[in-house]
Write a protein of this length. Structure first.
Length: 97
């Protein structure tokens, strides 16, 4: 465990000190990666927020999962339902940990 922490800290220092340009997504190695797709679908008076994940390791897909959150198309406010506002156009914020 001590060696693992030491190696990880050395890798972190080496990656911070290098002056390489950021890689475009198309250039990244996809043999070991996680792909996350966010999609919004309006269905009747509901909005479906669909998240799909595919995880690859050594070129082989090891996991796939899809989650859906359903919300009303028009949010309820203190003034009642406002038909000019829709949750299908709300910005998406992504947090990566």
């Amino acid at each position: 465990m001590k060696y693992l922490i030491g190696v990880l800290s050395l890798l972190a220092l080496a990656s911070c000190s290098s002056q390489e340009k950021e890689q475009k997504l198309e250039q990244l190695d996809k043999k070991s990666a996680r792909e996350v797709t966010l999609k919004t679908v309006v269905k009747g008076d509901s909005v479906l927020h669909i998240t799909t994940q595919h995880i690859w390791y050594n070129g082989e897909q090891i996991a796939a999962k899809s989650d859906t959150i359903i919300t009303a198309a028009a949010p309820n406010t203190w003034d009642g339902v406002d038909s000019t506002k829709t949750l299908s156009k709300v910005p998406i914020y992504v947090t990566v940990q």
